[in-house]
Design a protein around this ligand. Structure first.
Ligand code: SAH
Ligand code: MG
Length: 211
C-alpha cells in the first residue's frame, strides 16, 4: 500500500527533541505508538471538539498522551497502562515533558481498575488504544464516563491489515483477537446510542459520537 505517512510527516512542524527521542525509543523497543497520520487526524478531530478532559486506555510510554497534552494546553489527560516497564518509562517521559500537572498516569489493568474513581467529572473524549481483542470490554466499561456528545476514538481498527485476511489465513495466535476486533466493529457501528464511523487513516480509527 502507498505509504502516505512519510509524505504527511514531511509537512510536519519540527518536533520537540523529547518527542523525537520517544519515537526512537519506541522504534528500538517495538512499542506500537500511534503514527503521524493517525495522530494528526485525532488531534484535528479533537480541535473541533476542544476537549477539557481526555481519558486514554493504553499509555505505553506516554507518547500519544504527551502529544495530546502539547496540542491541547487546556486539557487534562488521564491515561491507564498495565505494563510496569512501560508505565515507568512513561512516568519518566511525562516528568521530563514538564506536563505532569496535566497528565495523570495510572498503573493498572484497565479492565480491573475501579473506573468510578474517575467519575468526579465526565470526559469529553475517550481514546481506546490497548489490547485489541478487548475493545468491547473497554468500551462498555469506560463509555459511561463520557459525556453526551462526547466522542470515543479507537485506534488500530485494521490491525495492520490483518482484518482483511480470512479466518484461516490468520496466524493462529491472532485469530481470537481479530475475531473480537471485528465483532466489536460491527457492534459499535450498529450501536443505537452512537453515531459511529470507521476511517481508513493511520491503522484505522473508529469514531463514535455519543448521542
Ligand atoms: N497510546 C500509545 C500506544 C499504546 S500501545 C501511543 O500511541 O503512544 C498499547 C498499550 O496498551 C500497551 O502498552 C499495553 O501494555 C497497554 N494495555 C493493553 N491492555 C491493557 C489493559 N487491559 N489495561 C491497561 N493497559 C493495557
Ligand atoms: Mg495504537
Amino acid at each position: 500500500m502507498t505509504d502516505y505517512n512519510a509524505y504527511i510527516s514531511g509537512f510536519s512542524k519540527p518536533k520537540e527533541p523529547l518527542i523525537l527521542e520517544m519515537e526512537l525509543y519506541a522504534a528500538e523497543h517495538r512499542v506500537p505508538i500511534m503514527d503521524d497520520t493517525g495522530l494528526h487526524t485525532l488531534i484535528g478531530l479533537l480541535q473541533i471538539q476542544q476537549p477539557q478532559r481526555i481519558l486514554e486506555i493504553g499509555s505505553a510510554i506516554g507518547y500519544s498522551g504527551i502529544r495530546l497534552a502539547l496540542a491541547f494546553p487546556q486539557a487534562i489527560i488521564y491515561t491507564i497502562e498495565r505494563d510496569t516497564d512501560r508505565y515507568e518509562q512513561a512516568v519518566q517521559y511525562i516528568e521530563r515533558s514538564g506536563l505532569n500537572d496535566r497528565i495523570h498516569i495510572i498503573h493498572a489493568d484497565a479492565l480491573e481498575f475501579d473506573e468510578t474513581t474517575l467519575l468526579e467529572q465526565s470526559f469529553d473524549a475517550l481514546f481506546i488504544d490497548a489490547a485489541k481483542g478487548q475493545y468491547l470490554k473497554f468500551f462498555e466499561k469506560y463509555s459511561p464516563l463520557v459525556r453526551q456528545t462526547g466522542v470515543i476514538y479507537c485506534d488500530n481498527m485494521f490491525m495492520h491489515g490483518m482484518v482483511l485476511l480470512s479466518d484461516n489465513e490468520l496466524p493462529k495466535r491472532n485469530r481470537t483477537m481479530i475475531r473480537n476486533l471485528k465483532k466489536f466493529t460491527s457492534w459499535a457501528m450498529e450501536h443505537e446510542q452512537y453515531e459511529t464511523s470507521l476511517v481508513p487513516i493511520g491503522d484505522g480509527i473508529l469514531i463514535a459520537v455519543k448521542k
